[in-house]
Design a protein. Sequence first.
Length: 290
Amino acid sequence: MEQDIQCSRSSEGKAVLLERCEEQFELLQKLQNEIILADTEAYDDQSNEAVNRLIAITSELERWHEMEPKLLTNSPEVLLAVGKEEVSCHCNNTQEVVIVSKYKCSYRFSHNFSSQLQRLNSQLKMVLSCSQAKLDAQKKILKREQTWQAEKKEALNAVCEKITRLQRENQKSEHSILQDMKRKINNLKDYHGSLMEMLSDMLAEHFPLPDPQGNSTKKKRAAAYDAEIDLISLSEIIERLTNKTLETPHDPYVTTDDTFWPPYTEMLLRNGIATRCPEDCNKIRLEMFF
């Protein structure tokens, strides 16, 4: 009776152990299939997939290395039954042969799996270095493209501003253009008048007409001399020469008479402001400054 009970427990222990071995073997087969599929599968983005595979497999390998070996079952009855069967010399049935063959296959698979992981790890490191080099090259290209884009954008903005300005100018009517020209002409006339006034004041101050009386101021001497001899001032001489040049450019010469004070005439000639007529020494004209 006791022997039958032990045989029954031994059979139950074998069944439990076989079931656990089947589960572990199925897990190993699943992992092997995943590795085979991962080796044969084609990816669109090899660099990213290679990095992801390297990270996943490395973490899985570290987890297996850190895992402590444990028994398939902690049941004392199962362990006792298996121990008795291992010690016994009459364990030649079909189930024991299957267990031994599966353990050998599992060991062989574990060894192959480890070597495949190491080989795959080295390959993925190589792929990672190549991907990093390509990434650096792409970064340089991106930087050049960004610089080129900034230059093109700046040129485009300049062209757009010029087009906008030309469009605004084209939209102006003839009346507005005419008014603008009149305004500019008036401004030039005002500026010319102010310049002539400043020139006249400067000439009257620094180049007055001579006065034979030495006891009066410059203005009084000039007024007295003008009333007696009727000389014209230096500003009048320059104005006559300028008007003659502008009104009759084909005949710009002005005839000098007694109203032209000789020292002022000589000063204009010596300083290159006026020049004599080669045919008549009594005629002078304004020097061409352009």
